[in-house]
Design a protein around this ligand. Sequence first.
Ligand code: UDP
Length: 236
Amino acid sequence: MKSYKRILLKLSGEQLSGEFDGGIDPKLASWIAGEAKTLTDAGFELVIMVGGGNFVRGAQIAGHGILRVTADHMGMLGTLMNALALTDIFENHDVKTRCLSNIFAEQVAEPFVHRLAFKHLENGRVVIVAGGIGRPYLTTDTAAVSLSLELDCDVVLKATKVDGVYDVDPAINSKAKKIAKLSYQQAVEDGAIKVMDKAAMGLAMEHEMPIVIFDAMKSGNILKAAKGENIGTTIA
Ligand code: UDP
């Protein structure tokens, strides 16, 4: 069992909407803040890459006159809204937190600067990054892996609705078995594995960044994953 020290947690926008059809469910975000606090209290350093799918996914709204680049800009703005909400909610839970943005938005968030992010982490603050990587045609999954490398994280914890990768779709087949460990090669080559996009997986493979796919919405799971306990599926 390998405990990690600096954790990159990837939260999707969908997870923040909870019971709602879209937007942010502040109650659920509050619950996530409570879970994050257990990590920082235990001495882990936490970086969060938050998605924006609860507002806009560029690929879905591009067309009918909206350029893909514009649609992706809108998607990135969605991630900024999530990051701002989470930052306030975390601080409200006594978790020292800073929002750093990869899109220019100085009025509302500090710009993402490599050294500044490190400084915040060294000062015991959670760093929430908005705007993905700041460029279109990408997702926050790829941005999460890239950021984990940039900030010297030990692992990417990718929170999903399912509790790991299965050999067949568990929604269709009751005999589906969860796979505890997968190689990067398997994760990249198996077209049925859709828990993370292939660009993200390829980048993780190239730099041997471990990824844990797990259900973060169960109490205690984020801490368990950070401690390297056997939950979800580890891709390494
Ligand atoms: N996006 C982008 N560049 C990035 C990250 C995100 O253009 O580096 C845009 C893209 O349109 C994406 C949207 O922001 O669909 C929201 O991110 P994502 O779909 O990854 O959110 P999630 O599905 O995790 O909620």
